[in-house]
Design a protein around this ligand. Sequence first.
Ligand code: 39S
Ligand code: MET
Ligand code: ZN
Length: 816
Amino acid sequence: MGQLALQRLPPLASVPKRPPSLPPPSLASPSLACATVSRRPLRNGLYIARAMSSHIVGYPRIGPKRELKFALESFWDGKTGVDELQNVAADLRKSIWKHMADAGIKYIPSNTFSYYDQMLDTTAMLGAVPSRYGWESGEIGFDVYFSMARGNASVPAMEMTKWFDTNYHYIVPELGPDVKFSYASHKAVAEFKEAKALGIDTVPVLIGPMTYLLLSKPAKGVENSFCLLSLIDKILPIYKEVLADLKSAGARWIQFDEPILVMDLDTSQLQAFSDAYAHMESSLAGLNVLIATYFADVPAEAYKTLTSLKCVTGFGFDLVRGLETLELIKVGFPRGKLLFAGVVDGRNIWANDLSASLKTLQALEDIVGKEKVVVSTSCSLLHTAVDLVNEIKLDKELKSWLAFAAQKVVEVNALAKSFSGVKDEALFASNSMRQASRRSSPRVTNVSVQQDVAAALKKSDHRRSTVVSVRLQAQQKKLNLPALPTTTIGSFPQTADIRRIRREFKAKKMSEIDYVQAMKEEFEKVVKLQEELGIDVLVHGEAERNDMVEYFGEQLSGFAFTSNGWVQSYGSRCVKPPIIYGDVTRPKAMTVFWSSMAQKMTKRPMKGMLTGPVTILNWSFVRNDQPRHETCFQIALAIKDEVQDLEQAGITVIQIDEAALREGLPLRRSEHEFYLDWAVHAFRITNFCVQDTTQIHTHMCYSNFNDIIHSIINMDADVITIENSRSDEKLLSVFREGVKYGAGIGPGVYDIHSPRIPSAEEIAERINKMLAVLESKVLWVNPDCGLKTRKYSEVKSALSNMVAAAKLIRAQLSKS
Ligand SMILES: Nc1nc2c(c(=O)[nH]1)N[C@@H](CNc1ccc(C(=O)N[C@@H](CCC(=O)N[C@@H](CCC(=O)N[C@@H](CCC(=O)O)C(=O)O)C(=O)O)C(=O)O)cc1)CN2
Ligand code: MET
Ligand SMILES: [Zn+2]
């Protein structure tokens, strides 16, 4: 990684010298043709604001063709300098702002751009840099910023975790009593000024102080004794400085994102929320204040607290996922305040049902008053794909059902326009025609699939007939593994060469024979490496897969996939979620050919590698015309057929990844049980039918399991490998508290998200910590997650140290 001469780099917030040049995203979409949007000419270099109420919570920053990803990676590799990176970033910001201004959006956000993550930006703004990164004062620069995000040669990265129930990851702030806060990144005001210089008046967006603190973790040493909210008095003065700065730069609005309000906050947390905003009141004077919530319903108590705030001008709600909030609004909304109504779905790619939204908006207008409703997105558009216009290969009919971020901006505006009495009848007519075509399409509904699911579900709750302890014995007889067996999670480095081969084959520039041969050679390399390293249960390395979800989506019917529908997952890493539009079937076996090929290369067990139904569901864009669990059961039955085919082909260890099971947990506690019930059931459907001697593994890469450990036990897998190392072994605490786990378990022994190579001693120490709470006979040794994002040089050293550590502890065990 680029630990180049970083000291001389400019601060994050500095603006590049060169005028940006990227063209704005296209306003054209099949559902909202260009003709409906007049591009407003510049007058004296300024855009003319239209008197209509429309707002966007936030916008994707990765770029329509992942421009930011490539600029970042090239910078990290030391191939390009900071100017190039900043120029790409400024180009993106400009094109986004212009797009929104051109579309007619009234409240355009700024400071929603980020070089890595918006929580990390807030950490930088507050100067809350953990001391190990060696920063003391002054404006935070790229060196410190990227060290916190990615680690550097001597210091590991900060923890990264899921942002609410999305596939986006944020960098977790580490806060303790000793943190000295200071205003150390002026990015928010710099972006505001940058937009202003382009003639665009924006709403600067900050993560609110309560969401920031409640998503932080106590620093090392004070884990169990520190109340994060006790820091509120220390961070508010910094927020006040930022507000003063923004005001003097001419800001008229401020948006605080407080999605934490959708969680189940207790009375004291809600009180702290009121106090915090009351405390900022004097600094907020002269500004219009929007508090945006999103991702779920705001619970009744929180709604009361929020809407009682005096210093707030408007409240934002997710009205796609928050149907109960809609009811709360109907019962009471503070007089004279603005309601930012999030009716356009920021989490999905379906075109908005404009007439339905209009009805909602009209009902809201009757409650809160004319001109008090602002049409908005349900959350930031960060979680949807960027621009449909780049999907030239997508089937025309299907495309007509979709809207990505660029098109959603236009939808918001179209709704606002008709809401103000200027309804574009032609647009609404064509929208409802497309909604109808989707509803009645034979591609969406497959009666026989629906019947199969109904019949399969009637029979049982799909449990294996033997208990896990008996199964493990039968498996050990067959597999004959050493104590603390070593394995990896599945993928090996996705080299440029592998990507090129896949790309050429996809583009029909390479024959199938050559492709299979190239893959075979790749598998052989990976198998040989694992044998040399002394790993016990092997993997084929997943070279044939672009992504663990997309790959299956491409082979199942009822799924469509895009060319450029990228969504940021963390930092520069993106995913291209498949689109589930119809009932799901498996036309033919998906992995048997490759897994059998790989198994033939070795005498050691080769894991068959599948993605589980819950993960496929949670990492796809899901149809919104039937409940999620119904779609999930359809996928489960397809994966079950695959498991049976693998078993038939002689594969004795099958891993079914459920990486996203935890992240799909609903944000509100009241909904947990129902979700866990069907999610765990769907997993069991995939493998209840295998023989005792077939070992079922599952993998999860989210360490916060303590609250769902019983559901994990209920999945009844033979072995589970779990991410563990980047979160200070939080996972182990559940076993410390006495939960019995009888199946095999491999808490990750090192972090694969960072290029840093762990030493054998360090890994051995981790294994010893595990042995303090888990019996040696159930313990497996493996990394946190797949290795696809790493380089071979890193993987070889890290795995070699991992095997050495396992051997060391085995020797220790055999002596005792
Ligand atoms: N869906 C999903 N979610 C997940 C994970 C995951 O693995 N999958 N892992 C966790 C962490 N998140 C991650 C997300 C992405 C990546 C990752 O490595 N993504 C790759 C892209 C993966 C991909 O699909 N790549 C395509 C490449 C497509 C492409 O752009 N190819 C060419 C350009 C295309 C062309 O020339 O035609 C290029 O790379 O330049 C492929 O390998 O086939 C990246 O951003 O770099 C890793 C972890 C949590 N969530
Ligand atoms: C995000 S979980 C990854 C699991 C997958 N088998 C891999 O190793 O890449
Ligand atoms: Zn994982």
